[in-house]
Design a binder for this molecule. Structure first.
Ligand code: NAD
Length: 445
């Protein structure tokens, strides 16, 4: 039996961050990873899609080349080079994680760990025990339950990232974060993209006005959307759905991507540890990420709370702080997020829709990329930002789409953590000319 201070199951952003932070704080760590280091985020999520998104951004800029005085440009698109660059980015970051985990306090076991009981896990016939265990097992793509069996190939986001050829046509089921990012990327690559979404609008967590503008922007770029449409079958020809008028429609496509959400990754062996979990909602945790067995924590996608890499990392810090008895003031209620489409979208806190639904008194202030000097100089005039505040002026949220909106939203997150008012924001000097002035302009209205 190997004894240690802390056992961590899973080396994604939650797990490796927990290991690094525990080791820095003097704990001896054993971390298990059955697959590739870095989890979904590094291998088949955030990083590869952002690598593709950069290619897409360059292609879009080239399409506007005449605006920059580059006439009659010609280029050949080499998809294999796109894949090669993505793989290089991943492998460079993966070796960074391996270096991080080479700390003398950390033992990395590249094998699948299973609970034997509430204090012991087993991997490759060896038993390990610790007073504290962190479950960071991540998530898996969800699939639709359809009446007819599906006989053709249907891709999930990992499969789409490992295609070795560019499909001529792609039908994406789901206009959530994954669906929209891939729609934007593959459309820029030259694939004919159709998106089928069950709800009235794409990206339900985003302010509906902004989501609509972003969708219209992608439509203008060539993506076809079918909203309020229920997929009923996936056949050899493509995706069959009932549209909003009740008409049965088939979208023919070379490839089909299923992007209808992700589910926490849970295992039957969790029963042996005796904490509560379900396949749908993941491992049940309290506000300190403790499971119903208080010495076992669950962080990241596995607890189904906020399926974002940065949420997983901060949950890791909070769980380890609990273990070492250190208090922190991490605000999990202020969780910024971004959608890396062209143009980008991002949000934090309340939207105007949510305020109306919940009867929250608010003021809404808007500003536009087209009125910003830097945006025009960059030829990025499309975008809108909505700043939501209480009647007393405290900032409650901000939703935006437009070039680099994630960076603007990050500033709002920092201000919200410090209970900043709109008036105080208006008085913070912003560098001219920058896109951040869009935020200041909203505050000034
Ligand atoms: P999602 O929950 O964001 O979106 C799924 C979409 O599928 C929803 O709009 C939903 O209405 C739609 N849908 C569900 N059933 C459908 C049906 N039968 N027919 C048509 N549409 C249907 O899920 P996702 O896009 O798969 O992303 C999964 C997770 O990964 C999310 O939690 C997301 O936050 C995370 N993620 C984040 C980022 C980022 O932060 N940039 C990027 C990728 C993924």
């Amino acid at each position: 039996m190997t004894q240690t201070d802390i056992i961590i199951i899973g080396a994604g952003p939650g797990g490796y961050r927990a290991a690094e932070y525990s080791a820095k704080n003097g704990l001896k760590v054993v971390i298990f990873e059955a697959d590739r280091m870095g989890g979904t985020c590094l291998n088949v999520g955030c990083i590869p899609t952002k690598s593709f998104a950069r290619n897409a951004e360059i292609i879009q800029t080239l399409k506007d080349s005449e605006a920059f005085g580059l006439n009659d440009l010609e280029y050949q698109f080499d998809f294999h080079k796109v894949i090669q660059r993505k793989d290089e980015v991943i492998s460079s970051l993966r070796s960074g994680i391996e270096t991080l985990l080479s700390h003398p306090n950390i033992t990395l076991v590249k094998a699948e760990a299973q609970f034997r009981d509430a204090h012991t896990v087993t991997a490759e016939g060896e038993n390990y025990t610790a007073p504290h265990i962190i479950v960071a097992t991540g998530s898996v793509p969800k699939t639709l339950r359809l009446e007819q069996p599906v006989r053709r190939r249907v891709l999930d986001s990992s499969d789409l990232l490992s295609l070795d050829h560019l499909p001529q046509s792609l039908c994406i089921i789901g206009a959530g974060v994954i669906g929209m990012e891939f729609a934007s990327i593959f459309n820029a690559f030259g694939t004919q993209v159709t998106v089928v979404e069950f709800l009235k609008e794409c990206l339900p967590m985003l302010d509906s006005d902004i989501a609509k503008r972003l969708r219209k922007s992608l439509e203008k770029q060539g993506v076809t959307f079918h909203l309020q449409s229920r997929v009923t079958a996936i056949t050899d020809e493509g995706v069959v759905f009932t549209d909003k008028k009740g008409k049965v429609v088939t979208v023919e496509a070379e490839e089909v991507l299923m992007a209808v959400g992700r589910a926490p990754r849970v295992f039957d062996h969790f029963n042996r540890a005796g904490f509560d979990y379900s396949e749908r909602t993941g491992v049940a945790v309290d506000e300190h990420l403790q499971t119903t067995q208080p010495h076992i924590y669950a962080i990241g996608d596995a607890n189904g709370r906020q399926m974002l890499a940065h949420a997983a990392e901060m949950q890791a810090i909070h769980a380890v702080n609990q273990i070492i008895g250190k208090s922190d003031d991490i605000r999990f209620d202020i969780m910024p997020s971004a959608i890396f489409t062209l143009p980008e979208a991002a949000c934090v806190g309340l939207s105007e829709d949510r305020c109306k639904e919940q009867g929250i008194d608010h003021v809404c202030k808007k500003s536009f990329w087209r009125a910003n000097g830097k945006a025009l100089a960059m030829n990025e005039s499309e975008g809108m930002l909505k700043l939501i505040a209480s009647p007393q002026g405290e900032i409650l949220g901000c939703h935006a789409y437009g070039s680099h909106s994630a960076d603007l939203i990050q500033e709002v997150s920092a201000l919200m953590c410090r209970h900043t008012t709109v008036e105080q924001l208006a008085h913070i000097i912003h560098i001219h000319p920058t896109l951040s002035e869009i935020l200041q302009s909203a505050a000034e209205t």
